[in-house]
Design a protein around this ligand. Sequence first.
Ligand SMILES: Cc1cc2nc3c(=O)[nH]c(=O)nc-3n(C[C@H](O)[C@H](O)[C@H](O)COP(=O)(O)OP(=O)(O)OC[C@H]3O[C@@H](n4cnc5c(N)ncnc54)[C@H](O)[C@@H]3O)c2cc1C
Length: 397
Amino acid sequence: MQRQKYDVAVVGAGPAGTMAAKAIAERGHEVIILERRRAVGIPVQCGEFLPAGKEISDMFPHSPRMARLVEIPRRFTLNRTSRIRLVSPREHSYEFDFESNIIDRRRYDAHLAERAVEAGAELSLGFRVIARESKELLRVKSSSGVGTVSAKVIVGADGPVSLISRSIGNPYDRQDRDLSLSLHRVYSNADVDPRVVEMIFGGRAAPGGYGWTIPRGNREANVGIGVRKSMALGNAPLKSYLDYVVRRVPGRYSDAEVVRSVGALIPVGGPVAYTTRGNTVIVGDAAGHVMATNGGGIPTALCGGEMAGEAVSSHLENGTPLNRYDALWQSEFGTELRASLAALRLADRVMGSDSLTEVGMALMRARFLEPIIRCRLPLPSGMMSGAAVSVLRRLLG
Ligand SMILES: Cc1cc2nc3c(=O)[nH]c(=O)nc-3n(C[C@H](O)[C@H](O)[C@H](O)COP(=O)(O)OP(=O)(O)OC[C@H]3O[C@@H](n4cnc5c(N)ncnc54)[C@H](O)[C@@H]3O)c2cc1C
């Protein structure tokens, strides 16, 4: 650490934190990024799936910047996929076109951090924030002991169980938050279709969430599950769901080897109550900025990080209220995050069991399932009312 007092302290060097730090440093402010890990982006806790710019423009029509931000340099792209296949509990498939880039998160996150440093941000690796002592003071632990860092503005970019978000009154108890527990493995020598991303539904694969197969190209696949505990029956270990997803297609992984295996959390309960309070702003997963129906949070982390950086800089320069950030994210992706959460709640009601999921998917088919994945409600407003849902339930017995 070069000094003890900064204009801004950003906690967390994921995409949200490094985007914010870069934007702040570019405007000439003194910014430090405190990251508990010793290397940015390791371990990778991600499916590495990033919708292509044209898909993002369709999904987030109110954001003029999101498509630009997801157009990442080609050297970080491992593979390109063109279809999404939704798989029902009884293995019926519903496919639609969807272009995406499968990215190398380890290298891409490191690149984002490098850009922030090039812009003038100070990156402190191996520095874990262990407490918020006061408005401007953070207690930080590193290999050289415990110290403090002080800053006029604090940016909480510290992921799904954010200490900074808790410090401004957002409930972050695991019981209170709708967190998807996930586990994934990367396999080499896997026999998967390199163009198709699969999402697998049902109680054996991922209660309340989905299993995924994401082809990383060159016969590599990222296979994972995201399970919401509130929707799971019994106490089956996460590994048993992942094993089901791996074994469901015989032969696919018979010659494959596990390259890595990682567990992590995905916050799918929607945005937190306060994304700005006092001298603090909350971005990315810490803010609950994740698309509830697909668990994707990279585009909103990049976008929200940049917006927070702009709002913090204007605040430091001319006293513009920090909550300009709230107005920015609400106008560019708030509607879509709300629609995605509503679609998830609807799916929870309609797809309460495997048989309901099977019939629900058969009734909706790709035409109505696709909008859910794209953060939209599946039918024009009003058509899927509470009454319609209960009629559907009764019909399905
Ligand atoms: C298994 C899994 C699969 C996913 N797949 C996809 C996908 O395919 N596509 C997609 O778009 N999104 C995906 N996501 C979501 C995506 O990874 C996140 O939305 C994204 O990383 C959010 O970025 P962030 O910067 O907010 O948080 P993070 O990337 O989580 O970064 C937070 C950083 O804060 C640091 N930190 C935490 N606490 C402290 C502390 N106290 N002190 C200092 N540092 C701290 C952490 O070490 C971490 O580096 C997935 C998530 C998971 C868990």
